[in-house]
Structures are given as C-alpha cells and as structure tokens.
Design a protein around this ligand. Sequence first.
Ligand code: TRP
Length: 437
Amino acid sequence: MAGKRDGWKSRTGFIIAASGSAVGLGNIWKFPYVAGQNGGAAFIIIYLVLIFTVGFSVLLAEQAIGRAAQRSPAAAFRTLKGGLWPVVGYIGVLTAFLILPFYSVVGGWTIAYIWKTIAGASMDGAAFGGFIASGGITIAFHALFMAVTVLTVRGGVQGGIERYCRILMPTLLIILIILVVRAVTLPGAEKGIAFFMTPDFSRITLQSVHAALSQAFFSISVGMGVMITYGSYIGKTEKLPGDAAWIVGIDTGVALLAGLAILPAVFAFGMDPAQGPGLTFVTLPAVFAQMPGGYLFGTMFFVMLSLAALTSAMSLLEVVVAHITDEFDIGRKPTVLTIGGIMFLLGIPAALSFGAWKEVIFFGKTIFDLMDFVATGILLPVGAIGISLFVGWAFWPKAGEELAGEHGAAPVWAPLWRWMCGIVAPLLILWILIGGL
Ligand code: TRP
C-alpha cells in the first residue's frame, strides 16, 4: 500500500490484539479436556515448559521477521532474503485464507447459541445436530459473524483491530473470571478441579507430550504469519521478547482459567467432559440448565466464546488483507470487503458439510474437515517449520539483533533462541506433522 503504513497505537495495544488472536476456541474447549485426559497437572507442567520454550521461540521468530521487514508475510521474506523463502509467506497467507471460512462457520454457531440460551431453546444433542444440519440458519449466522469481522478489520490496525480488542479482550477476561468463581463454588466442584489439577505422571506418555506440543503451537496461533503480520506494525524501538512473553502468558492463563470454569461445573452435575463441539454445544448447555443462575451464566459463556472467536478471526482476515494491500495497490476498504465476501462464499460448503452436503466426501473427509485438515494439519506445521528455519539460518545473525530493537544489543540468550529455531523447533514440529498424517 502506498503512503504511510498503519501501526499499533501502543505496546499494550499490540499485546492485547496478538493475545486476541491467540485466545480462541482452542483455549476454551480444547485445552481443559486435553489436560484432564492426559494427566492433569502433570500435562500442564509439560505444556508450560513447551509453550514457554519452543512456543515462545517460534512466536518471537514471527515477530522478529515481521518487525524487521515491516511487511506482510510473503513480502517480508522477499524483503529480508528472497530466493524461495517467500513461499513460506505464501503458505501462511493461504493457510489463513483456508481457515477463516470454516472458523467463521463455528463462530456463527457461537453467536446462535447466545441467542438460543437467551430464548431458552432446546439445546440437547439432537437439537445441536439439527441446528448444524440446518444449512440456511447456520449460513445466516456465518454471514453475521463474517460481517462483524469485516466491520472491525475495515477500520484498520489501530482504528479497528486494536480499538475493538481493547474493549473485547478485557470483557472476555471479566466474564471468564465470573464463570470460574461460579464453577468452583458449586457443590461437587472438587471432582472437576481434581480431574484438571491432580498430577498423574503415570498418564504421561509420548503421546501426551505430542498432544501438549500440538496444542501449544495451535494455541498461540503460530505458523501462518499472523504474528508476522501483527509484528510488522510494531515500532522500531520496541523490545520484542517481553511482548512475546506477555502473549504466551495471557494465552496460557486463559487456557488454565477456562479449565477452572468448565470442568468443575461439568463434574458438579455428574456429566462427562467429552471433547470438542459436543462439550461446548451439548454438555455445557445441559450444565447451565441445571445450575442456579444458569440462564445468565450460560449467556455469558457464549458471549465469551463469540468474543474469543471474533478476535481470532480478525487476525486471520488481517493476514490476507495485509498481503493484498502490500502486494497490489488496492486500498484497505475494498480489499476487506472483497476478501470477506470470498471467505463468506467459501464458508458455505463448510457450513453445509453438516447437513445437505454431508455425503460430499473427498479423501474420506467432509469439506469442513478437509479444509481443517489441509490448513491446520499440513500447511500450518509446514509454515512453522519454514519460519523457524528462516530465523535460525537464513536470517541469522540479523534476527538476533532485531530482538532488542533499534537502540539495544541482542540479549545474551539470543544464541539459545537461534538453536531453538534452527534445530529443536523444526524437528518437534516435524514430529507433530507426521503424527497428524
Ligand atoms: N489460537 C487459536 C485458538 O486457540 C486458533 C488459531 C490457530 C488461530 N491459528 C490461528 C486463530 C491463527 C487465529 C489465527 O483457538
């Protein structure tokens, strides 16, 4: 884009927006259950170690690339090194382009569930199955979710994304804390707290380490250039490691609080914490239906979930929009509208995957599952490996100098970070990739 590049108004604004991207459905429905299944506190300890070492390193790698180049992913690699490296950026943009359509479908479900809770509609398993199969209604809510995402991103980095995240993220956090207090004070909450928090090292297997690692990377949104794009709007004087630590800390804190908000309530009412959409859209409504004040808490829960999905969706749209406006001389507003429209259309087959197009199967998967698999199962890890290798080899030692910003020297641990990015992270991500195939 010609002219002055948009940027964050403040350091806090960047941290909040990047946390908004990281905090999503993964923190709220996935982490609590995966932790409980894999040894509770023992899993949490492994998760914390992994996310603050490897996860942190890759997140920092993305920020360093973005800030150094001040460009969207593909252009960033071209500016810093050229050769085949821009392919890594293109993979990232493609990943974001593929994820947002189906992410928006699920975002639409969360909005619909705010409404259903308020209206006191039936929300059992059959009702959920009927709802997601309905086609027209889910497409309408997908359209609504996409429209809200477009409206926020249209306002720009500072005037849109940062401005809304500054309101939405604290709201999310306040709701979450209220839900935690409600859940842990229910009679019978101890069983859920124990499921989540009791360390059981006998349940730690290689597979649970694998689960912790995949969850860690997914949770902080690395691998598709979101943090390159957001990092490209950071000022030249800012020190990057502190920001990355904050983002990882907020993301992890929300995941832990989500565990304390959900599991004690599920156990207090003798329910089974099944994983995935079932827990969120079937078990939890049943829990809220029995809970004193459940009408209010249920509504708050789905508002919180919608906010988490919305701030993540903004970052996905921004990756593609930044790419188009950087590569071609097109303004932000027409780009946001066009891309938003295309993503809406791409989401329609994903929405129909649960109903009319259930039988449309490619490679043994519905369209929804196929988009998810190609994007998060293949492209995301490949992109993350490319990003890490770039920082460890092609962009070294400049990457180290980038950490401190214009006025500082590289931190003493920069060489350690280099080997994390150059060797440890790529091997571990390769392990995730192979395990997922
Ligand atoms: N981090 C998000 C979550 O926890 C999911 C996610 C992964 C994501 N990669 C992303 C969200 C990129 C936005 C952009 O649910």
